[in-house]
Ligand binder design. Structure first.
Ligand SMILES: CC(C)(COP(=O)(O)OP(=O)(O)OC[C@H]1O[C@@H](n2cnc3c(N)ncnc32)[C@H](O)[C@@H]1OP(=O)(O)O)[C@@H](O)C(=O)NCCC(=O)NCCS
Length: 171
């Protein structure tokens, strides 16, 4: 397995992973499936904005997981904070790929001089909460019934990792 920046040719595999999560899980709170072109445009936009989209690729160079981060909130004062997401294809879970993607993404965040990474996780998602706690993220709390999917309310748990020990933003 190799971790590398996403390329346009990864859009199909990324769309498959994303659409499975949309259709069958509460990992992502969207209802609409996306096209390959949609994911290709998303990769280009995100990377064009200077944010990473990385994949873990198998021996055939097919993406079996991906991770990314982008702005947390659209206000100037949040410029040192990013929100990320990480997805591993169902048949590849439990083999360390999520952790490897996250370690690479955290390294990118540090290289970009980001200060905080935030995961916003549906509260019953034990795998994601376990992954983040294993990586040292602090569980900072839960917002109750802020989402809906499949006819039920969803709770949202936040986990954060402080990436450096700068005493001030300019430090
Ligand atoms: C969350 C996810 C990315 C984890 O990826 P993964 O490749 O299966 O995880 P790893 O094998 O790297 O596991 C790393 C750590 O995560 C934790 N973990 C993984 N699966 C877990 C589970 N089912 N329950 C509890 N903890 C789990 C463990 O602490 C594990 O460390 P360990 O193996 O040393 O015990 C994967 O389950 C996934 O893609 N889920 C669907 C999408 C999703 O929920 N994404 C997160 C949205 S915020």
């Amino acid at each position: 397995m190799t971790i590398r920046d996403a390329r346009p040719g990864d859009a199909q595999r990324i769309a498959e992973i994303y659409n499975h999560a949309v259709a069958h899980t509460t990992a992502i709170w969207n209802d609409e499936l996306v096209s390959v072109e949609n994911r290709a445009a998303w990769i280009a936009q995100r990377q064009g904005d200077g944010f990473p989209v990385i994949v873990v690729a198998d021996d055939l160079d097919e993406a079996v997981g991906y991770a990314t981060y982008g702005p947390w909130r659209p206000h100037d004062g949040y410029r040192h904070t990013v929100e990320h997401s990480v997805y591993v294809r169902g048949d590849q879970r439990g083999r360390g790929l999520g952790r490897a993607l996250m370690e690479a993404l955290i390294a990118r965040g540090r290289a970009q001089r980001m200060h905080v990474m935030i995961a916003a996780v549906e509260s019953s998602n034990a795998a994601s909460i376990g992954l983040h706690e294993r990586l040292g993220f602090e569980n900072t709390g839960t917002l109750h019934q802020v989402g809906e999917k499949f006819g039920g309310w969803l709770d949202l748990t936040f986990l954060q990792l402080v990436l450096d020990d700068r005493a001030t933003p300019a430090g």
